[in-house]
Write a protein that binds this ligand. Sequence first.
Ligand code: SF4
Ligand code: SF4
Length: 189
Amino acid sequence: MTIRITKHKATEDFLKLVQEKADVNLSSCYQCKKCSMGCPVADLIKLPPSEVIRGLQLGAGTELLNTDLIWTCLSCETCYSRCPNQINFPAVIDALKSIALEKGAAKPAGDAPLFNRLFLNTVKSYGRVYELLAIAMYKLGTGNLKQDMGKFPMMLKKGKIAILPPSGANKDKMKRIFSKSAQNKGTEK
Ligand code: SF4
Ligand code: SF4
């Protein structure tokens, strides 16, 4: 895919912003492409990890917020583990995702942001993800009530999903993390 890089003042600090949010230094990337070659979703996306980094190095700005990898990335960290320079690319994706949401520029594939929000809401409430609640809310939100329901009994039988909410997590600590994150983003109510 070709990225059209628009150089203007608003994009000048974009690389700096992404690097700060992700706590990475992208200048050490020498485009060996080992990250892209190992990425399990590389065939599904227009811009693989190494090209996202190249775009940032060359001065791409908010146009990168439209890249489909932001919402397709599985956070599997294969790219990170393959990188000879230990560049934490999943953190770059998280940074781009966060900026896209802050700027209202998210153009996600499908219902990924809805799932993301519901997943995090259960973590915020229970200290850990409550999969059953997240899935139920997701189904209500998307209207796909029957999708994959046939797998539910088998998942229950194999202990892959729990009926009861998770217990034992430090909920207060988790709430503090969410509160701090909201403060940092200036979105705390
Ligand atoms: S593996 Fe690391 S150095 Fe190689 S292209 Fe990817 S990010 Fe850059
Ligand atoms: S973390 Fe995301 S970008 Fe990296 S290899 Fe996995 S799916 Fe690809």
